[in-house]
Design a protein around this ligand. Structure first.
Ligand SMILES: [Zn+2]
Length: 123
């Protein structure tokens, strides 16, 4: 084992919980296991065009926010899966161990410091 994963597993599990709470406030988990913005029912009284426009705007804002949070959500889930597989803390580019202080700052980091700029290119 490259890193002491008990600590990171605890931190990541807490982060996952926090992120899922945020996602639940904004939307719902669809059948594909991804998150979608909740479409709030436009009730009978919401016949004013302004109000409908407000709802649509809110929905679009939620979608944008969900998309950003979902990236983090995936990273956390991926990191937890790696702990189970025994590959946690390895750079996905070079396969070397990720620096301990980098993981402390970001437990779901996918690359070492050398390849930090390439992390965004990972699928
Ligand atoms: Zn690397």
């Amino acid at each position: 084992m490259i890193h002491e994963t008990t600590h990171f597993k605890k931190v990541l599990t807490e982060q996952l919980h926090t992120v899922e709470e945020e996602l639940k406030n904004l939307g719902w988990k669809n059948d594909a296991g991804e998150w979608d913005a909740a479409v709030k029912d436009i009730d009978q009284s919401a016949t004013e065009a302004d109000e409908v426009a407000d709802r649509i705007e809110e929905f679009e804002e939620n979608q944008t926010e969900i998309a950003e949070i979902q990236v983090h959500w995936h990273d956390i889930k991926r990191a937890l899966a790696k702990i189970e597989e025994g590959t946690y803390g390895l750079c996905e580019i070079c396969g070397e161990a990720i620096e301990e202080d980098r993981l402390e700052a970001n437990p779901s980091a996918r690359t070492c410091k050398t390849h930090i700029d390439e992390e965004k290119n990972l699928s």
